[in-house]
Design a binder for this molecule. Structure first.
Ligand SMILES: [Cu+2]
Length: 202
């Protein structure tokens, strides 16, 4: 009788652990991913659009005026273009388009998923203007900071590799690992308390 109760309790504890792990693993699947963009990855632009845009799979978490969001425009030499003023609207971030001379460019973007984790990636494109009268922007050596305002936080220092989505996955793993440990401790403490109660009352 007593053995059966312990077995039933252990089964329930295992179920709670499994359920909490699965429940916490689910948000990891909810990281926003790229759905569409202007320009498209690998596209050759011959005229400049009004804005560069990154549209992701779902709503973005914008709790502190654009902090954690970035859209950096860089040329092959590593110079930065644009004002760094990132607009966050629904599932899209955008920034006024700006480029320098014709050549290869990379947009490095970062957003905050609704679970609070950041996701970032690179989007290469080519600038080949057909209108020779367009004046290229001179660009800058350091990332633009939108005139010192909070928005447009740079995802990486110049020359450093941009943050990869793997960082977010690692924090998910740590989060899940921590919750398993916490649940395990709670189960052991509960078993100890039950065991002691049995001994004192029975
Ligand atoms: Cu996450």
């Amino acid at each position: 009788m007593r053995g059966a109760r312990v077995l039933a309790f252990a089964g329930a504890a295992a179920f709670i652990v499994a359920a909490s792990v699965l429940g916490l693993a689910a948000p990891a699947e909810a990281h926003n991913y790229l759905v569409s963009s202007t320009p498209k990855a690998g596209q050759t632009l011959t005229t400049l659009p009004k804005a560069f845009e990154i549209t992701t799979s779902g709503p973005l978490l914008n709790l502190s005026g654009g902090r954690g969001f970035a859209l950096e425009i860089r040329d092959a030499a590593g110079r930065f273009y644009g004002d760094g003023c990132v607009k966050v609207s629904g599932s899209t971030i955008s920034e006024t388009a700006a480029v320098g001379p014709a050549g290869k460019y990379t947009i490095i973007w970062q957003v905050v998923s609704t679970d609070g984790h950041t996701v970032s990636a690179e989007l290469p494109f080519t600038w080949a203007p057909t209108d020779a009268s367009s004046t290229p922007s001179p660009g800058a050596k350091t990332p633009p900071d939108c005139n010192g305002t909070a928005g447009g936080q740079a995802p990486a220092e110049p020359g450093a590799a941009p943050a990869k989505p793997a960082d977010a996955n690692l924090s998910d793993v740590l989060w899940i690992g921590g919750s398993i440990l916490g649940t395990g401790i709670a189960v052991v403490v509960t078993l100890l308390v039950l065991g002691r109660r049995k001994r004192t009352t029975g």
